[in-house]
Design a protein around this ligand. Sequence first.
Ligand code: NAD
Length: 259
Amino acid sequence: MGRFEGRVAVITGAARGIGFGTATRFAQEGASVAVIDLDEQAAGAAAARLMSDEGAPEGVRAIGIGADVSDAASVAAAVGRVVAELGGIHVLVNNAGITRDNLLFKMSEDDWDLVLGVHLKGAFLMTKAAQQHFVAQRYGKILNLSSTSALGNRGQANYSAAKMGVQGFTRTLGIELGPFGINVNAIAPGFIATEMTDATAARLGIELEEFRRLNAEANPVRRVGQPEDIAAAAAFLCSDEASYITGQTLYVDGGATLG
Ligand code: NAD
């Protein structure tokens, strides 16, 4: 029996990348999955792929919902649809994210607001909408995506602030929500091969393969991460096996931050 049998998992930014990898793993372990992403069509296509995945159990359910996590009305409508269409909500993964990198003196106020809006306000709004269901049923798992960039990364003042903010948010919710049967944790990935890091290579004018090779050399495990690496840790932290773990940030980075 899969660890998420009978559970409904909501994953934001799950049309691709780490979010899709996590959705795939959760569906394979028996969850019904709501894929939330900006574009309803892309979210729907991802949900269809989850349902046709040979690794998923027969009859697995997935829906795609178009929503902007940084918009309160959009979030309320999305969570309402999840509960109406999938019959509840048990797991929330706040994964949606963007980058707008620049050195501080060139960073616009818009690029600050956009990045903080998606990562931090987005996680706040989604969590607030989900927690009322979690508290009522005395059960819930929340996983937030931080980053090794939380520790500081040139050109990412906005992203780094948001990702360290996510860690503080996670710790505080661990304190507040623990008594209600709710676990709240974070994963801080290192370099993961997705369209987000592909775009960074393009912006820096470095060939993709070369960019990945350089990043692989920068950690002791000597490879770049894949969405499946994050999905495996996410599945553990959102499972009942991890019910004594809360408020933590797990670095999944091939040892890149070990020094
Ligand atoms: P990605 O760009 O491949 O996917 C991000 C998804 O989020 C996209 O589908 C996008 O449409 C969606 N999204 C963006 N803004 C949204 C919004 N306002 N509302 C709803 N959906 C929105 O990125 P990824 O690499 O898969 O990253 C996923 C998460 O992991 C992000 O939070 C990112 O910051 C974090 N992360 C990634 C890496 C990495 O190396 N790829 C490292 C550390 C942390």
